[in-house]
Write a protein that binds this ligand. Structure first.
Ligand code: ATP
Length: 472
């Protein structure tokens, strides 16, 4: 069954039952927009981050950093976040519910399309694409007679801009001079470190700086599981180029990033590239596209590729009073590099890999849920079972498990019928199950069962680590 047809609820409940993802502060009823990764989820998340980190930094021309979450407040003035990192919000006076004005309009467009009113939907989309000021959104909502999805009335407040940055205070005094923000993106930690990295690593343009880290946004509405949360992780890379070379590198990274998704099992028909309309570009961008995945609820952005020009470095130079430039020794010229950014959510892409892996099929007339993760992303790489709990099989299996575990995350299980043990691993996405049986004790071979095909082969137990090495 295609993942796009599977209800998200099924995946969310499997995720909870098997220990991938729990609501934050579950026993207190949860905290909106925050999630915790359980024993399987944390492995999956780490593997996604590791796959990205290897792809991006295990090359000569990209350096990694890990900047702090709290930064000097001037950073966010320079970046434009204090002035314009805001979403349009609207309240319904009857239900007292708050919505993102643009999302209300998008939902209305979806409704029209579902009723096959394509012309009306197109007209509304065109108005939404042009909307910039709060009044624009308000007028569209009023003109289209959009009602509150919760209460059904249309007594709306004005639309106001709501800044998404979380504010807090540094030190013991809560006054305005102590205000700091939880970073809403990791990118600025890279820009403010441009001189430090450039000088210490002696890289030559073009080169990149990559970072994985937490980001926080006080989203007006959170929804769709890990898709839109208030605390999340980003994996961002800023690629510094000579002005004029930026278009070429933009194309390069767009292609390279799409390939990465496919390498880890995302099929091309579930991926699309959506350019931002020119008049909707962020204040810093010359060009931008979203790489979108077909989630159960529709298409959603997973990664953005942006040409940020020299906006950020220039702003930080101006606000800090420090020179931020690159000196090209060969050509004896000094310039402010342009930046191509690749920005992907670690949590959002983990959700994508989870959704993408989910499948239901039948084995010998019995239904099973299976997570078909790429072996490199799977939480456990292998599970090891003794066929029965006697005749030395558990001892053999334990020894093999301890040996394999030195290198690969392995799961030992001796309880229940072998079929049930397989099923449990299918649900966890473990690509290989190894069983120790009577023949093992005679000739040292074990069976290896493949999660996807359920086919079994026999290999020598002592070659298992090497065998796994070629696959995971
Ligand atoms: P959206 O339009 O969905 O709010 P955005 O265009 O503001 O997203 P960017 O600022 O480009 O997103 O962020 C880059 C990436 O960070 C996104 O592609 C997404 O994967 C991730 N991301 C952004 N906001 C969130 C969030 N609230 N929860 C989870 N991931 C997020």
């Amino acid at each position: 069954m295609a993942a796009s047809l599977v209800a998200l609820d099924k995946i969310v409940s499997l995720a909870k039952r098997r220990g991938f993802v729990f609501q934050s502060s579950d026993i207190y009823g949860g905290l909106n927009g925050c999630w915790d990764y359980g024993p399987l989820g944390v492995e999956l998340l780490r593997n996604v981050k590791e796959a990205w980190w290897r792809e991006m930094t295990y090359r000569d021309d990209i350096e990694g950093i890990d900047a702090s979450i709290l930064m000097h407040p001037r950073v966010w003035e320079a970046s434009g976040h204090i002035g314009s990192f805001a979403d349009p919000m609207i309240d319904n006076k009857t239900s007292k519910k708050r919505y993102r004005a643009d999302h209300l309009i998008e939902d209305e467009i979806d409704r029209l399309r579902n009723k096959e009113k394509e012309a009306e939907a197109d007209a509304l989309q065109e108005r939404l694409d042009k909307a910039v000021a709060p009044e624009d959104f308000y007028q569209i909502i009023v003109d289209s007679g959009i009602k509150d999805p919760a209460g059904g009335t249309n007594d709306w407040t004005e639309v106001r801009q709501f800044n998404l940055m979380f504010k807090t205070f540094i030190g013991p005094v809560e006054d305005s001079s102590a205000v700091v923000y939880l970073r809403p993106e990791t990118a600025q930690g890279i820009f403010v470190n441009f001189n430090n990295v450039n000088q210490s690593s002696r890289q030559k343009v073009p080169f990149g700086i990559a970072q994985i880290g937490k980001a926080f946004r006080n989203e007006i509405n959170t929804k769709n599981f890990l898709f839109r949360t208030r605390e999340f992780e980003q994996m961002e890379m800023q690629w510094f180029v000579k002005p004029g070379d930026d278009d070429k590198w933009y194309d390069y990274w767009l292609e390279k990033r799409q390939n990465w998704f496919q390498e880890f099992g995302i099929s091309p028909d579930k991926l699309r590239v959506k350019p931002h309309a020119e008049d909707k570009l962020a204040h810093y961008a010359k060009a931008a596209v979203d790489i979108e995945y077909l989630f159960p609820f529709g298409w959603g952005e997973v990664e953005g590729i942006h040409n940020r020009t020299d906006f950020d470095l220039r702003q930080h130079a101006e606000f800090s009073g420090k020179k931020i430039e690159y000196f090209d020794q060969g050509e004896n010229v000094r310039y402010t590099p342009y930046v191509i950014e690749t920005s992907i959510g670690a949590s959002r892409s983990t959700m994508m890999f989870l959704v993408n892996a989910y499948d239901e099929d039948e084995i010998g007339g019995e239904k099973r849920d299976v997570l078909r993760f790429h072996p490199k992303l799977a939480p456990y790489k292998v599970a090891i079972f003794p066929l029965i709990k006697k005749e030395g099989m558990p001892e053999f299996a334990q020894k093999l498990h301890q040996d394999v575990q030195k290198q690969y995350k392995s799961f030992y299980d001796e309880s229940g019928a072998i079929g049930r043990r397989y099923r449990r691993q299918d649900e966890a996405g473990t690509p290989y199950c190894v069983t120790i049986d009577g023949q093992t004790l005679e000739d040292g071979t074990v069976t290896v069962r493949d999660r996807d095909t359920t086919e079994q082969i026999r290999i020598q137990a002592e070659s298992l680590r090497g065998w796994l090495g070629e696959r995971v």
